[in-house]
Design a protein around this ligand. Structure first.
Ligand code: NAD
Length: 452
């Protein structure tokens, strides 16, 4: 992850702009984002329309009234002039038994798509398909996934389409559903698009929705810069006490990040054999315990496999995967209700030329997350992963200008994400707001057009 000097970055940006012009591409929409220094961004950018015919749609609309947003149950008559731009449309499809039953609600969504506000949200609520479903019910439930992923590719002006898939038995107005919906409707999910998030338990509402991490202690590895530094800021904004970890060589950046939020800095290479012990010891001495662990530190050593040196392979797997496994092993034994969020990557899902080592490590992170999920759940904890796509950090600034611009454009939102976009997803998964989400991989990739 060699740092690109500032003048060269300027040249790269210029090349990107020239390429954009030459290919006749439009400038991407400026996304509605949060600012970690200001918590008062309105939840939705306009009224929220809840569509759906069953009792679940009524129950959800009633529950949303408590959010202080303008919730509507009925769209205007077809052909009537639009009164307002919808900030969000929530389609409740939880009672589907067979294909065809979705049509009324889906067509109600279709009727308002031309009247969406900039960066509006379309969110579906449906049921997770089960192996013992009847074929018709399984088809109807699974179909929602194709609807969401296709709609994400149709929406314009920074609008996104995402879905929540509720396990049978999870109430549509359960705290975990409202918590996840709140994330997807808000500016915090700016770069999450075309994703389906499973909700497998009811969860518990946070005491304060605006500071859901109040009083919790969080550790973030790789906290000196990029996504890690932004995660520290967002977790602190949400009320957490934060311990930031990074290598001694990054000590200056680490101190700057942690001082800004009144947190604690720990200079430590996470591949050290006693890294888990040292993290726990420092968190206990500074804050009296540890609740949340964010495995963010990661490195790139890109090479085609034919040219890969042993060091390039082993260092990437060592930092990105083996160190995470060892640290969690130590912590899980002492903190049974640990809440863990790990950084995977779309390269670990779809693969990427020149990244066999990185792809192995990030797919491994997903495998580890799925295995830790039931183990931690037994003690009251959770394990989830975030898979960023192309995010504008020093890591990606080392990519040459042309493939870099192509990577930015190859998403439904037509641009790269910002560290804050990933940080917000991490903070959401770390908080009680995501209490019903376990073993999931949430992509923050603007619906990157590779993989699922
Ligand atoms: P970055 O290079 O800007 O920051 C990574 C940080 O990790 C650095 O501060 C570095 O010093 C630290 N680190 C590296 N090795 C360490 C070690 N052994 N011990 C302690 N700290 C160590 O990277 P970023 O772009 O902010 O990425 C953060 C995470 O997100 C990584 O896991 C990365 O793989 C993942 N990710 C990033 C992108 C992207 O587009 N930027 C995409 C997908 C996934």
């Amino acid at each position: 992850m060699a740092k690109v000097p500032a003048p060269l970055r300027g040249v790269q940006q210029q090349v990107g702009r020239t390429l954009t012009k030459a290919l006749g591409l439009t400038e991407p929409v400026s996304l509605r984002r949060t600012d970690p220094d200001h918590v008062d961004v309105p939840l939705a950018s306009g009224p929220v329309l809840v569509v759906g015919t069953g009792p679940d749609a009524d129950a959800l609309a009633t529950a949303l009234l408590g959010w202080g947003v303008d919730v509507r149950r009925h769209s205007p008559q077809v052909g009537a002039p639009a009164q307002q731009r919808w900030g969000a449309v929530v389609a409740v499809l939880t009672d589907l038994e067979s294909p065809g039953e979705e049509a009324e609600a889906v067509l109600a969504v279709a009727g308002v798509l031309r009247d969406l506000a900039r960066c509006a949200r379309v969110v579906t609520l449906s049921r997770l398909p089960r192996p013992d479903d009847t074929p018709a019910r399984s088809a109807a439930r699974a179909g929602v996934e194709g609807l969401v992923r296709s709609l994400g590719k149709e929406l314009r002006a920074g609008a996104t389409a995402n879905g929540l898939q509720l396990a049978d038995g999870v109430d549509v107005a359960a705290p975990a559903v409202l918590g996840a919906l709140r994330f997807l409707v808000s500016a915090r999910s700016a770069f999450v698009d075309g994703q389906l998030l499973p909700i497998t338990s009811d969860g518990v509402a946070p005491a304060d929705w605006t500071r859901p991490l109040e009083g919790l202690v969080a550790v973030v590895t790789g906290a000196a810069r990029g996504i890690g530094a932004e995660t520290v800021r967002v977790l602190a904004r949400d009320g957490a006490h934060v311990l930031g970890v990074d290598v001694p060589a990054a000590g200056e950046g680490l101190a700057r990040t942690m001082n800004a939020v009144g947190g604690i800095a720990l200079q430590l290479d996470i591949t050290a054999p006693d890294a888990g012990e040292r993290i726990l010891d420092r968190a206990e001495r500074a804050f009296g315990g540890l609740d949340v662990l964010v495995h963010n530190a990661g490195i790139l050593r890109d090479k085609l496999l034919a040219n890969m040196s042993p060091e390039q392979w082993t260092s990437v797997v060592g930092v990105n995967l083996a160190a995470q496994l060892a640290i969690t092993q130590t912590l899980a034994a002492r903190v049974p209700d640990l809440v863990q969020v790990s950084l995977a990557s779309t390269s670990g899902i779809a693969g990427n030329r020149g990244q066999t080592n990185y792809g192995y490590s990030k797919a491994g992170v997903i495998g580890a997350t799925q295995a830790w999920a039931p183990v931690l759940a037994a003690g009251g904890g959770r394990a989830n992963a975030v898979a960023p796509g192309f995010i504008e950090t020093e890591m990606t600034s080392s990519i040459p200008a042309v493939p870099r611009e192509i990577s930015r454009r190859a998403s439904s939102l037509g641009q790269g994400g910002k560290p804050v976009d990933v940080a917000e997803a991490i903070a959401f998964l770390a908080s009680p707001q995501a209490g019903g989400v376990n073993g999931a991989v949430l992509r923050v990739c603007g619906q990157n057009l590779v993989g699922r």
